[in-house]
Design a binder for this molecule. Structure first.
Ligand code: TYD
Ligand code: MG
Length: 467
């Protein structure tokens, strides 16, 4: 008889090893490899008795398409991030740092759905019933018909939610606490988490209930164990935010039933999460427009324009190698902008420390922010404040050219709505609104931008001399 072989699985990335190793060969992490029984989980190879296959009906690509049946929470920002509400029979993973507000968000969603007459079951594996009740009271959710269970065993959970009328939505908080009798591994290991999640997904597909799974993110930015879980579920949302700030962003990274570039914005208050339907106002709230080094970027998040301030500080360095510190943007991208400024615009930054910060703890991923970053850098170096009513957007290429970006009209419309009357944008932008004319300055290279900002200095000097 073949010997039952144990495997050593990395808890960080899921790579299987034949023997124990200190450093995972997959992700390079130390001390993440744990011995597990491969017979318990998914991907554990063929069962003991090979089953004879049964042919399934093949079908054509064309045919009737049904709109995915959704349940709307009525919480606009949440519905936006999920692409219009939770889809029946689907599984959604909501990841985030511990303490960011996942349980709060889901308790509020559960209460909202329950008020709309849906049957909601909230399974808490982390907190006792009393704790969850306390939170529900604080969120004014206690008077709703949400059903609560404090349980971590997969079989018991399945028996509980399978009993009685089918639930419309089940919330499992969190997948790291799930454990099954069938998997021979410690709770929280990859095998246990995978087994538990697989069982929950199967329940959702079989019954048509929507399943929401909560997963904690580890320091490395992955849900513990569960990179493996991301591909099993239908949608993955991350709840992120900065502890120092009150606002939280629900970001879609995968969605089989909707767009993946949407965000929902919330603000944490003492009464739970509040929707923020106009994020620009929030991010521009504490703006001090008179100081040098600040430029407003007109960005896009999915279908929604978001205005946010980029702040730069360029100061002479006392170190051999100057410091480059970035918050909220890609540091490789900053190095690129600095190199282009040096090479094509004669802006010498080699003897300067450079600090870049995106206001409000917000994180920008768009290359369109290049122009705003460059403006903030030059403004700080020159000690000249940029016009307070001007927005910037455009991508910078290595040659120093400014490339057009998408959604010009939408960005400008949002800027106008918030009282910005000028914009610096790439020449040749496709959908530039007609008639607005002179207030939009189209530039086609980075030296143009530097000349514009330096030119404002000359204008200022002349004003001074005139006086
Ligand atoms: P929680 O939802 O428990 O986080 P997670 O489930 O992601 O671990 O949120 C915990 C934090 O939110 C905690 O630090 C307290 C804060 N909070 C508020 O500020 N207001 C509230 O109304 C609630 C319920 C929580
Ligand atoms: Mg929680």
């Amino acid at each position: 008889m073949a010997k039952a072989r144990t495997q050593f699985i990395c808890q960080n990335c899921g790579t299987a090893h034949n023997r124990w190793v200190g450093k995972c060969e997959g992700c390079g992490e130390w001390n993440t490899v744990v011995e597990e029984d491969p017979m318990g989980g998914i991907g554990s190879g063929p069962g003991k008795v090979p089953k004879k296959g049964r042919p399934v009906a093949l079908t054509a690509l064309s045919g009737e398409i049904e709109e995915a049946p959704r349940i709307h929470t009525g919480i606009g920002e949440l519905d936006r991030a999920t692409g219009g509400g939770f889809v029946r029979g689907s599984a959604v993973l909501i990841g985030g740092d511990p303490g960011i507000g996942k349980s709060t968000l889901l308790m509020q969603a559960a209460a909202a759905l329950s008020r709309r007459g849906h049957r909601i079951i909230y399974v808490s594996g982390e907190e006792a019933v009393a704790q969850v009740r306390l939170r529900a009271q604080r969120l004014h959710a206690a008077e709703t018909d949400v059903l609560l269970a404090a349980e971590t065993n997969v079989e018991d959970i399945l028996a509980t939610i399978g009993e009685g009328k089918r639930p419309d939505l089940v919330i499992i908080d969190s997948i790291q606490t799930l454990w099954s009798d069938t998997a021979d591994a410690a709770p929280g290991t990859v095998t246990q988490v995978r087994t538990g999640v697989q069982a929950m997904i199967r329940f959702a597909k079989q019954t048509g209930a929507a399943m929401v799974l909560v997963g904690h993110v580890t320091k490395e930015g992955q849900i513990a164990g569960p990179r493996v879980v991301e591909h099993m579920v239908d949608a993955v949302l991350y709840f992120e935010g900065d502890r120092g700030h009150h606002y939280r962003i629900l970001r879609t990274v995968k969605n089989r039933f909707g767009p993946t570039d949407e965000i929902g914005v919330f603000e944490m208050s003492d009464k739970g999460l509040r929707e923020v339907s106009n994020p620009s106002e929030l991010f521009l709230g504490e703006r001090n427009s008179k100081s040098p080094g600040a430029a407003v970027f007109a960005g896009m998040e999915g279908t929604r324009p978001v205005l946010v301030e980029v702040q730069a500080l360029v100061a002479p360095t006392s170190l051999g190698t100057p410091r480059r510190a970035v918050l909220g943007w890609d540091s490789a991208r900053l190095s690129m902008i600095l190199a282009v400024l040096e090479a094509h615009c004669g802006v010498r930054l080699g003897q300067h420390d450079v600090y870049l910060n995106v206001a409000g703890g917000y994180r920008i991923s768009e290359p369109a922010a290049d122009l705003a970053v460059a403006s903030a850098l030059v403004s700080s170096l020159a000690g000249l404040a940029l016009p307070a009513d001007c927005v910037y957007f455009g991508e910078v290429s290595l040659s120093g050219a400014i490339r057009p970006v998408a959604h010009t009209a939408q960005r400008l419309k949002e800027a106008e709505k918030l009282g910005f009357s000028q914009a610096v944008l790439p020449a040749g932008s496709a959908d530039l609104p007609k008639g607005a004319g002179s207030r939009w300055s189209e530039i086609d290279s980075l030296p143009d931008l530097v000349a514009r900002i330096a030119g404002s200095k000359r204008a200022l000097k002349r004003e001074d001399e005139d006086v």
